[in-house]
Design a binder for this molecule. Structure first.
Ligand code: BEZ
Length: 262
């Protein structure tokens, strides 16, 4: 059943809401730029650039940057915010650049691209020989408590859990670095670490996060049941993830730096 009037039945990103309420996504990416070391003369691809905040930071360091994202809404917002930069709507699983970039950067985007081998192939081809790939995204165990609570509450409300609706790819270090090495990258940094992340908007934080990012899990659930299920998810998770008026998402990041051999 498709119920477009509910925020849980949305199919396109709300770029304004993303910037307003989920700005932490870009903020946390700022220290990833230290691994990237953008500098004058670098040509850098920002893969999954969202609304463009980090592309702007890269440009501020003197590099030439192209930001790509599959979401038309995100790219529209990025072009409005940073009209002097280049942004393109592009599917990260079907990149078509050829040896154009010194570096490929990606923050909080690769977990949305389930065809990881295609993505890695596209990144490899986009880079010049010797080029650098720096990325951070959700790793193995990311938002596990939130996902499990969603499944549990959906099931308790009498609806089937369809794991194919889970839109995310959260690999382990060994899984991801193996894919990179198989394609011809040399990995010199791979980390997996917890990053409990405070969500904006007080008691509504978890609900907003689910509206924004997890709506696919609820695609087949009638709207009248959704409120009840969300309330049940909050009840389940509050002992672990709600502290003094703030919800925390149980984020776990994988961070990678790799060089294209050759
Ligand atoms: C993340 O940044 O880890 C993330 C964001 C939205 C949904 C799932 C994961």
């Amino acid at each position: 059943m498709n119920l477009p009037s509910s925020p849980l039945n949305r199919t396109e990103w709300n770029a304004e809401l993303y910037d307003l309420k989920h700005g932490f996504v870009s903020q946390y990416g700022t220290d990833l730029l230290e691994l990237l070391q953008p500098k004058t003369g670098d040509r850098i691809l920002d893969l999954g650039c969202g609304t463009g905040y980090l592309a702007q930071q890269i440009a501020n360091a003197g590099a030439e940057v192209i930001g790509v994202d599959q979401s038309v809404a995100m790219i529209t917002q990025a072009r409005q915010s940073y009209p002097h930069l280049t942004f393109q709507v592009k599917d990260g699983e079907k990149l078509d650049f050829y040896e154009q970039f010194d570096k490929v950067f990606s923050n909080a985007a690769l977990h949305w691209m389930k065809a990881a081998e295609n993505v890695i192939e596209g990144i490899f081809k986009s880079l010049k020989p010797g080029g650098l790939f720096v990325a951070e995204f959700g790793g193995k165990g990311n938002v596990q408590q939130i996902i499990q609570a969603c499944y549990h509450s959906i099931e308790s409300a009498g609806y089937p859990v369809d794991i194919t609706l889970n839109p995310w790819y959260f690999p382990s270090i060994s899984e991801y670095t193996t894919l990179l090495e198989q394609r011809g990258f040399e990995v010199d940094l791979a980390q997996l670490f917890d990053r409990p992340t405070p969500l904006e908007d007080g008691e509504n934080g978890l609900k907003n996060w689910i509206f924004m990012f997890g709506n696919r899990l609820f695609m087949k659930i009638p709207q009248e049941a959704q409120e009840r299920i969300l309330a049940d998810i909050e009840t389940q998770l509050s002992p672990q993830l709600y502290q003094e008026g703030t919800w925390f998402a149980d984020y776990k990041r994988i961070r990678i730096r790799a060089q294209k051999l050759g």
